[in-house]
Design a protein around this ligand. Structure first.
Ligand SMILES: [Zn+2]
Length: 270
């Protein structure tokens, strides 16, 4: 059995409120025994930490504020959020970044909330867990200002092209690939770019409950971490490497990035 690591599960999303225990068990049964939960605001971050405490072997989480929720932040929330970084289960600051696609919060609010989290990441020497949509140039220029002081960076759900990828790799970023790669209507630029990601910078993720892989036929369109092997299969196909190797290197990369040790000696050759 392989050991997969899903670096983005939105397990505190309301679509999992009734059956999160079953969702975790199905993932473990499928070999996806390590999951990183994304904290997207104070409330979701707190609940993510609680889930990690319940499943200390299998879960870690990030604590932060998604650009969509930037308008909700105030001094009191920042203080409460910062206190969560003391938890041993919190492995990164985020999900943070810029999303100018929908602008649920004003761009200026997004930039302020993003740079505050970059400061927190520097202060606590935690990795940064990034989200970017339609804001590539702004994101790159802000990150260059912080790069020297930051610990490590991961861009989750990369869906861009070769040029954008190069700019992120120049920042020495880790890159997360979702089930976007399974969608033949919109995956071409990603397929062209994916070979450029160095083996030691690649990670895989479901972003569940979002981005159900189009290649999976299921009754519900709710994505789950147990479907991560399908993302792995498509990434392996695109890079022309055995999927077991992709499983191993992405699990090792996430272990390094999140400082969450893993023992791969239990992985049996099948
Ligand atoms: Zn995101």
């Amino acid at each position: 059995m392989n050991i997969w690591t899903d670096i983005c599960v939105n397990l505190t999303n309301s679509r999992f409120s009734k059956d999160s225990d079953e969702v975790i068990q199905r993932a473990i049964d499928a070999g996806v025994s390590r999951m990183v939960l994304a904290g997207t605001d104070l409330d979701h971050s707190k609940r993510a930490v609680e889930l990690c405490e319940k499943y200390p072997m299998h879960l870690r989480c990030t604590v932060g504020c998604h650009p969509h929720d930037a308008k909700e932040m105030d001094d009191e929330k920042w203080q409460m959020m910062e206190s969560l970084y003391a938890s041993p289960f919190v492995v990164a600051v985020g999900e943070c970044g810029l999303d100018f696609n929908r602008n649920y919060s004003e761009p200026n609010q997004q930039i302020n909330v993003f740079t505050t989290q970059l400061e927190l990441a520097c202060k606590h020497q935690l990795p940064v867990y990034l989200h970017e949509r339609d804001a590539h140039n702004e994101m790159v220029s802000i990150l260059h200002q912080y790069k020297a002081k930051l610990n490590k960076m991961l861009l989750h759900c990369f869906t861009g092209d070769e040029e954008q990828l190069q700019a992120y790799l120049e920042l020495d970023m880790y890159i997360g690939i979702t089930g976007w790669i399974c969608d033949d209507r919109r995956n071409q630029s990603l397929l062209d770019a994916i070979e450029l990601i160095p083996n030691d910078r690649l990670m895989i993720e479901t972003d569940a409950p979002f981005l159900m892989p189009k290649t999976i036929k299921a009754k519900s369109n709710r994505n789950e971490p147990c479907y991560l092997p399908e993302v792995c299969r498509r990434v392996a196909e695109a890079r022309n490497i055995d999927h077991e190797i992709i499983a191993a290197i992405t699990t090792l990369n996430s272990a390094t990035f999140f400082d969450w040790p893993v023992d791969l000696s239990a992985v049996k050759k099948s």
